[in-house]
Design a protein around this ligand. Sequence first.
Ligand SMILES: [Zn+2]
Length: 109
Amino acid sequence: MIIYGAKGKSLKAEPFEGKKCAHCGNTTQFAVPVVRYIHIFFIPIFLIKKTAFLICGHCKKQTEAKDFEKEIKVDIKEKAYENTKLFKYFIGLLVIPAFVLFITLVTGM
Ligand SMILES: [Zn+2]
């Protein structure tokens, strides 16, 4: 039995300047990266989607990056992924062939 599927995860938020909250007018907002990836046995294989949303530091209202104008949307995504390492979402591309090679070598001798 192979356990596989797609999983979504929100990552570490980064402070975002330059946009007021549409709900309360607060200027302290956070850009939150959200990734969606394919996994096999809970090992991430590859990333299928990279999105982001803004969350207000005061009223917690969430607004998806896609709901903003193009320039702001790009800024939000850049800020959200500024300190995010996405390498680990491709780790399965290394681990699984290495595992298959190991099994082949062990059982083939
Ligand atoms: Zn707000």
